[in-house]
Design a protein around this ligand. Structure first.
Ligand code: KIV
Ligand code: ZN
Length: 543
């Protein structure tokens, strides 16, 4: 055998000897619980496809009992994906479990994830149940879930604040009932690495049957103290073989552990985490991160590890000099390994359909030919107004495209007049999906307020504006402005995004997008009602 073959076979046997850490992505469930991050059906499906291409092992696609929308997206994702396991979340409530089971019917690799709070504070103040009762409900729920699939995960919610011996007891009980993964969440981001790691070591030491039966222990960390990734890695060092995380670390409150940080820590510090590997194709991290941030409207902070705009930028002269001489002096990761584009390709007026399509694929979108054609038209229209079209512009067009299919109302034209000492007045014309146009005028406290009042009249949908943000998505005088709004409609918060080289038009589109989202959800609920002959499920408390 030659030296090369020797090296190759020893590298292979080292890789074989490594333990795989299962990457469980919950961007579409816990991530979507970030305030204002609601995704529509198409967006969820597109993100799920990219997560599968990224190499994620388990995709938690939603919480089917909470809404018709969640049920439908879990079902569609479960039916489409062939490699990744698709999980649906469920409380320990029989109706929830049946709903999760139904949503996952026809899925190649289904998992039902049931959870029940176990900590003293949750037992006494939230559930008002004794621990014995919680064990009983949890065991019954795992057994019920097993009727739908033999892949059942159980989470003792607020596990990191649960008495250790109770954790051991419930873990043993749910495993005997059929759970194959037990997740110990740090629900409120309270744990610190050594302590969180110790929980895993303790449970494993007390329950040798976990290793014997191949039961996977899982970490799920929230970032309230900025420790989610550190805690997840401590869990891995102490026996966790699954980590639950989200793209860009989005999630409830301060978010969840960031997938890209965990994966790149395990990879970059493979000297330290030498026993572990993941199945993630790290070169796809950056495009997925961009897609999630575009679709959720949750922008990645500039200095965010791995995927932030500054993550590989060197400002200090000494650093620049060092990197030019030898990259590793100041860079611990190669930006190409996380999929950062080597050079910023700029398209423009003369770029053809082929170049545009290549860029769409590079950015990770899976549009069919008809959708690419539509997006290409929008690209051409933009390149008439704007000399250079960047990736950010194309992502915005594609995202608008995913929303456009669900547009009930379309903005035909608008006119505003405003100025110092005059009352702002707006006239808007919108068209519904049947082609009927409506024109309304209104005054307001400034041009945006006037447009929004006119739109409420024209669409007959009443909403309160709760948040309004604007930014330029690229640099330059001709940059497109992006407006993101959050509106309240009864007890629902809905987000809308609009984009244009004219910021007032972007604001109008964002508002209409939010109104369209409200109408689409209402229509879907009504359709589900008619076909089921009963109330759409809803009102389940989010964990
Ligand atoms: O944070 C949490 O406890 C959860 C559970 C449902 C796993 O999200
Ligand atoms: Zn969580």
């Amino acid at each position: 055998m030659c030296a090369d073959q020797n090296n190759a076979s020893s590298a292979k046997s080292q890789a074989d000897a490594k333990t795989r850490v299962v990457i469980f992505d919950t961007t579409l469930r816990d991530g979507e619980q970030s305030p204002g991050a609601t995704l529509n059906f198409q967006e969820k499906l597109e993100i799920a496809r990219q997560l599968e291409a990224l190499g994620v092992d388990v995709i938690e696609a939603g919480f089917p009992i909470t809404s018709v929308g969640d049920f439908e997206s879990v079902r569609a994702i479960g039916q489409e994906l062939q490699r990744a396991t698709v999980a649906g979340l469920s409380r320990c409530v029989p109706r929830d479990i049946d709903r999760a089971g139904e949503a996952l019917k026809g899925c190649a690799h289904p998992r039902i994830h049931v959870f029940c709070a176990t900590s003293k504070i949750h037992r006494e103040h939230k559930l008002k149940k004794a621990f014995e009762e919680i064990i009983r409900i949890s065991v019954a729920s795992v057994k019920q879930a097993r009727q739908y699939t033999d892949n059942v995960e159980f989470s003792p919610e607020d596990g990191s604040r649960t008495e250790l011996d109770y954790l051991v007891e419930i873990t043993q009980a749910v495993v005997e009932a059929g759970a194959t993964t037990v997740n110990i969440p740090d629900t409120v981001g309270y744990a610190v690495p050594e302590q969180y790691g110790h929980i895993f070591a303790y449970v494993r030491e007390k329950l040798p049957m976990l290793d014997q039966k191949g039961i996977v222990l899982s970490a799920h960390c929230h970032n309230d103290l900025g420790l989610a990734v550190a805690n997840s890695l401590a869990a891995v060092m102490n026996g966790a073989r699954q980590v639950e995380c989200t793209i860009n670390g989005i999630g409830e409150r301060a978010g969840n552990a960031a997938l890209e940080e965990i994966v790149m820590a395990l990879r970059t510090r493979s000297d330290y985490f030498s026993r572990f590997q993941t199945s993630i194709n790290t070169r796809k991290i950056y495009p997925v991160s961009r897609m999630v941030s575009t679709m959720t409207g949750l922008h990645v902070q500039r200095n965010k590890a791995v995927v932030g705009e500054n993550a590989f930028a060197h400002e200090a002269g000494i650093h620049q000099d060092g990197v030019l001489k030898y990259r590793q002096t100041y860079e611990i990761m190669d930006p190409r390994d996380v999929g950062l584009p080597e050079n910023k390709l700029v398209l423009g007026k003369h770029s053809g359909r082929h170049a545009f399509r290549d860029r769409v694929i590079y950015l990770g979108y899976t549009l069919d030919d008809a959708a690419v054609d539509k997006a290409f038209e929008a690209f051409k229209a933009l390149s008439d107004k704007k000399k250079d079209v960047y990736d950010e512009d194309i992502e915005a067009i594609l995202d608008q495209q995913l929303q456009a299919d669900r547009q009930l109302w379309e903005l035909v034209r608008f006119q505003v007049s405003s100025g110092t000492g005059v009352i702002a007045t707006a006239t808007v014309v919108v068209r519904d999906s049947a082609g009927t146009e409506r024109m309304e005028a209104a005054t307001g406290d400034g041009p945006i307020d006037a447009i929004y009042s006119a739109m409420q009249k024209a669409t007959e949908v009443s909403v309160q504006l709760e948040d309004y943000q604007t930014r330029a998505i690229t640099s330059g005088k001709d940059a497109q402005g992006e407006v993101t709004v959050q509106v309240r409609h009864h007890d629902r918060k809905v987000k809308g995004r609009g984009l244009s080289t004219d910021v007032i038009e972007a604001a109008a589109k964002a508002y209409l997008a939010a109104i369209n989202r409200i109408k689409t959800t209402d229509a879907r609920k009504a359709a589900a009602n008619t076909s089921n002959g009963n109330d759409p499920p809803g009102g389940a408390a989010q964990p």
